[in-house]
Design a protein around this ligand. Structure first.
Ligand SMILES: Cc1ncc(COP(=O)(O)O)c(C=O)c1O
Length: 408
């Protein structure tokens, strides 16, 4: 059986590779401290969990969800309410909101809805993997725009070759940014919309981390910019803000024509979201927001603990202003390693799993990412192991028998 060429062109999915390494280490008795995936470990708001329980007994709850049924209508209204509360953006719940089965699903289907084989998608690199893999899966042409630390990880759209811009159908943005943790101000979005004004281009903003800001101004929505809705849609997810990653619920909002095609594409692939989850998600978006604030405080504390610790043990790292990640350059003495080889070494030798920078695209090389989904005691333990590892100088860089503590 031959897989489609589109699929053959995909690199192995980063987290699958790292999962394999973790499994191997665990099979050898290593107690792996897992910072590899941005998979929140915190509890969702209790009233939301309660609402889910309650919903299971509602009449018709186990049937397919329908666009015009009360539960789905209420969810769309809740999304519009949330957008207005957070960003002051007014949306029509019936035409400018599309719930998704996670934003990863929505982003992949957006590419499928719009990319022809001769269309280019402009994707800043590094990026969250579905931003570029979604384009490859849809059979479009990927055009990486390198984003660099010295430019605050913002793409320079005005310097793109004219022909590239002409052939481009989609631009993906995402700030606060995974993996680099970079943020952007509304002025950046204003420039983007100014750049797009005479172009037929879709701007998709992935705002997964808009709540996760530790310092500086709040995150803006691109839809706050006048005229943005002509070109733009935005994705948000309940996975991070509300610690509901396994629930698979997110949404896209913005330009109604773009959303219509997204909804059409989805209608051929899925039957929407389990209604009990929609019911509970409505409570998450409209109810008390204390759990979100607490989660932000926890990630902020964890980031300070990890970054202060890394700096103390000789791994120079910057404190993130936002997200739930720490993005680190590979220490100088390991700079002959690719980010994948260094990740492998860290798992084998220190029992600490991170995500290699290249999992986020070519321009992630030279970096690794820590996801702050590990409680403070485990971060302390990871720092002790990393200190030993760095002191060893990766003496056993070839990665022989694991040295990390055995699990009990
Ligand atoms: C930038 C970004 N977008 C989307 C997602 C996926 O979110 P969801 O759980 O809604 O699919 C992630 C998950 O880590 C992410 O970092």
């Amino acid at each position: 059986m031959h897989e489609a060429n589109r699929m053959k062109r995909l690199p192995p999915y980063l987290f699958t590779v790292v999962d394999g390494l973790k499994r191997e280490a665990r099979a050898q008795g290593v107690d792996v401290i897992d910072f590899s995936m941005g998979n929140p470990d915190l509890a969702p708001p209790p009233h939301v969990v309660e609402a889910l329980r309650e919903a299971l007994d509602l009449p018709g709850i186990h049937r397919y969800s329908k666009w015009d049924e009360e539960i789905e209508r209420n969810l769309r209204k809740a999304i519009a309410f949330w957008y207005h509360e957070r960003f002051g953006v007014t949306l029509d719940p019936d035409t400018e909101v599309v719930p998704c089965i996670g934003s990863k699903e929505g982003i992949a289907h957006l590419a499928l809805a719009f990319m022809n084989s001769d269309d280019l998608a402009l994707i800043p690199s590094p990026a969250y993997p579905v931003h570029f893999n979604g384009i490859i899966m849809a059979g479009g042409i990927l055009y990486d725009i390198p984003i660099r630390e010295e430019k605050n990880y913002l793409p320079d759209l005005f310097s793109l070759p004219k022909e590239t811009t002409r052939l481009s159908k989609l631009l993906m943005l995402s700030y606060p940014h995974n993996p680099t943790t970079a943020t952007c101000g509304i002025d950046f979005y204003e420039q983007v919309i100014h750049w797009a004004r005479d172009k037929q281009i879709i701007i998709a903003s992935d705002l997964a981390y808009s709540d996760m800001v530790f310092r500086g101004p709040r995150a803006s929505s691109i839809l706050e910019v006048k005229g943005a809705i002509k070109h733009s849609i935005e994705f948000h997810t309940l996975s991070k803000s509300y610690s509901m990653p396994g629930w698979r619920i997110a949404f896209a909002v913005g330009n109604r024509e773009i959303l219509k095609s997204l909804a059409k594409t989805k209608s051929y692939c899925d039957f929407g979201i389990f209604k009990a989850i929609q019911y509970a998600a409505t409570k998450a978006l409209t109810g008390p927001q204390g759990t979100v604030k607490k989660a932000v405080e926890i990630y902020k504390k964890r980031s300070a603990l990890l970054v202060d610790g890394l700096n103390r043990i000789g791994w120079p790292t910057k404190k993130p202003d936002a997200t739930m990640y720490v993005w680190c350059r590979i220490p100088q003495k390991f700079s002959e390693h690719t980010s994948m080889a260094f990740t492998e070494l860290l798992i084998r030798e220190a029992g600490v799993a991170v995500a290699p920078g290249t999992g986020f695209g070519e321009y992630g090389e030279g970096y690794v990412r820590f996801a702050l989904v590990v409680p403070e005691e485990r971060i302390q333990e990871a720092l002790r192991r990393l200190e030993r590892f760095l002191q060893d100088g990766g003496a056993r860089k070839g990665g022989r028998r694991p040295k990390a503590r055995k699990s009990k």
